[in-house]
Design a protein around this ligand. Sequence first.
Ligand SMILES: C[S@@+](CC[C@H](N)C(=O)[O-])C[C@H]1O[C@@H](n2cnc3c(N)ncnc32)[C@H](O)[C@@H]1O
Length: 398
Amino acid sequence: MSKMNRNDLCLCGSGKKYKYCCINNPSSIQFDIQKATQNAWKFFEEGYFEDALKLSDQILTYVPQNLLISYLKGLIYLKDGQIDLAITELSMIHKKAPPNPELLTNLGFAHHEKGSLVLAKTYYEKAIQLNPSYINAYYNFHAILIDENKLNEAVDVLEKLISYHAFDQDALFMLWMIHSYMKNDKEAEIYFKKLVDALPLIKVRIEAWQYLKSSSKTLPKLTGSIIETFKLALDQAKVKGQVLEFGVRHGNSIQQLAKLSNQTVHGFDSFEGLPEAWHEEAKGSYSTKGAIPKVGSNVSLHQGWFNETLPPFIKENPSPIRLLNIDCDIYSSTKTVLDLLAPQIQSGTVIIFDEYIGNLHWKEDEFKAFQEAVKTYQWAYEYLAFSFFTKQVVVKIL
Ligand SMILES: C[S@@+](CC[C@H](N)C(=O)[O-])C[C@H]1O[C@@H](n2cnc3c(N)ncnc32)[C@H](O)[C@@H]1O
C-alpha cells in the first residue's frame, strides 16, 4: 500500500473505486490523506501498532467511510490480540465491502482465535471459493480440520496449498509433521526431503516435533486452536483445585478458560508488558499501558508483577492447582510462577504453556523453565497435547 491504485476504494470515502471517483480531481486534503494512509500502513507493517491506530483514527475523522483504513484498524486489533475489536471492525467492513478473500480469512482467523470455530471455518471456505489459490485460507483451514480429528482432510488441504505454492515451508513442515504423526513414514520422508534447506524457524520446529515424538510413549493429541487445547486440558484436569492464568493482557484466553471451566479463574498480569527484553522483543512489549480488560464474573484479576502478587495470593489460597495457563512468554516469568507454585503443583495438575514450541528460541524460554522445575521438584510428567498452529503444549504432572 505504498501508492493509491486505480482499483482501490477512493480515499474520499464514497465507497467507489478511485478510478470512478476523485482520480481526476484530487484536492489537497485528499493528498494529505493519501500520505497519512501510506504512513499508517507503514507503521502497521513495522509493528508500531499504537501509531498506526492513532493515525487511522485521525484519517477516519476526515473520511469516516474509508474502508481501507477501517480494514487496517481491524488488522491492527487482530495482530495486537484485541480480538473482540478486530471482529467488530472486520465484520463491519465485510458487510459494506465487496467480498474479498483476504478480509474473509482475517475475519475467520479472528473467530478462530476467539474460539468460534464453526464461523471461522465458514469464512475460510468462502475465501477459498472466491480465490482457490489463496494460501492463507488453506493454511488456517487445515488447523480447523485438525481440531475435527480429520487429519487426512487436513493433509488434502495442505496439499492443495502446495499445488499453488510448491515451496511454502509452513505447509511443507505441517505435511511432514502430520504424516509423521500418523506414522505414514513414506509420505513423511517425501516432505522431509523438501525441508533440507529450510529456514531456521522451520528447522527448530522440526527439532521440536522430533523432541515431542521421542519423549512421549503415547503420542499427545494434536490441536489446531486455543479453545480445543483448553477443552482437552480441562477435561484431563481432575484435581479439585484452582485454575490460574499468568499473562492475561486483553483477556482473550482467560475469557475462554472462564467460560469452559465452571469455576473462578484467577488471572495475573502487570498489564505493563514484558519485564525484560525477549530476544528481539523489547522490554514492555505486550503492554496494555495498565488498561485492565473487561472480564466475566468468574474471572478475578490480580494486577502487578508475579513475584509481588503471587506470594500474598498463595498465602490466602494454599490449595492444590487444577490447571495453570502460562502465557507470559519469557523464561524468568515462567520460572517465578513454577517456583512459587511448586508446593501446590501435584499429581494430576495440568499445565498449558502458550509458547512452548514453535518459536526460534523455544528451548530458552518456557520449555527451559519447565525442564528446570522438573529436575528441581522431581516431577514426572507426560505431554497431553500440542499445536504447531497455536504453539501451545499441555503437560500433566504424574
Ligand atoms: C502474550 S501476553 C498474554 C496474552 C493473553 N494470554 C491473551 O490471551 O491474549 C503476555 C503477558 O504477560 C505479562 N507478563 C509477563 N511477565 C510478567 C511478570 N513477570 N509479571 C506480570 N506480568 C507479566 C505481560 O504483561 C503480558 O500482558
